[in-house]
Design a binder for this molecule. Structure first.
Ligand code: SF4
Ligand code: SF4
Length: 266
């Protein structure tokens, strides 16, 4: 079965996101992410998908708020050299060229946390404790995702186990390709506002590709001027895109240098 040439990506519409947090909760349930007694302690809490609150900084009545969901950006860098992959001495995180997804293999990780230091998006989390599940909850864990132990790093994998399941089903049905809706992340499906679109950026028929218009000749930069990526100027080449009609929101992506005439490759 050929599964080469896929490049999964996401588009998040910041004008639609209401900050409800459904994506965060769905992600935790899907991926067996344990919650802490005190989730307000962000030094130890783990949220692969984290919703940030942005403001335009103006006083009332001109105050505007925007919520920005932030999964792992699945950076491609140049030819798969994502910042985290490049520094991991244990190959515990790797770039999958057949899907464009940056994997995380907890059993290889020895907790040096180089990857956390390298990730410019703060998308990685360290397990300071073994997971503790409230009584009865262990029985409802997902059998498709291994729970992680104390001392290792974890992060969003675009629900890679869902991709594997979809490919297995396709294989048994003698198909080589997946339909757009056969592989979707938990956060995409949970968002009540429909703010998240997910699909194969290499498939011109997928909605995400049609809206973003990734320019492969320029490191996946969006052709649609309303679409942007975070910290584009760093050259991380993320596969998570954002869109907003609000100028002040787009400016917070810190891309002004990248949008200029002399922005270089990105
Ligand atoms: S903490 Fe784990 S995944 Fe991160 S760089 Fe070290 S060994 Fe690799
Ligand atoms: S967002 Fe961070 S963890 Fe995800 S691929 Fe990029 S550098 Fe790695």
């Amino acid at each position: 079965m050929s599964n080469h040439g896929k490049k999964y990506g996401m588009l998040i519409d910041l004008d639609k996101c209401t900050g409800c947090g459904s994506c965060m909760v769905a992600c935790m349930a899907e991926n067996n992410v344990p919650f802490k007694k005190d989730e307000s302690n962000k030094l130890v809490s783990i949220t692969w998908m984290r919703v940030y609150r942005l403001t335009n900084g103006k006083p009332f009545p001109d105050t505007e708020i925007c919520y920005l969901p932030r999964p792992c950006m699945q950076c491609e860098g140049e030819h798969g050299h994502s910042p985290c992959v490049s520094v991991c001495p244990a190959v515990a995180t790797d770039y999958d060229f057949s899907t464009g997804i940056v994997s995380q293999i907890p059993t290889r990780c020895f907790g040096c946390r180089y990857c956390m230091a390298a990730c410019p998006y703060h998308a990685r989390y360290f397990n300071w404790y073994d997971p503790i599940w409230p009584k009865g909850m262990k029985e409802s864990l997902s059998p498709h995702v291994s729970p992680r132990m104390r001392g290792v790093v974890e992060k969003c994998t675009f629900c890679f186990h869902r991709y594997q399941q979809a490919m297995e089903k396709a294989y048994y049905e003698s198909r080589e390709e997946l339909e757009e809706n056969e592989y979707q992340t938990a956060c995409t499906q949970a968002c009540p506002a429909g703010a998240i679109i997910f699909g194969d950026l290499n498939n011109p028929d997928h909605t995400v590709t049609r809206v973003v218009g990734p320019d492969d000749a320029h490191g996946g930069r969006p052709k649609n001027p309303a679409v942007f990526r975070l910290l584009e100027r760093l050259g991380t080449n993320p596969k998570v895109y954002y869109t907003s009609t609000r100028e002040w929101v787009r400016r917070q992506a810190d891309n002004d240098a990248a949008r200029g005439e002399n922005a270089g490759r990105h």
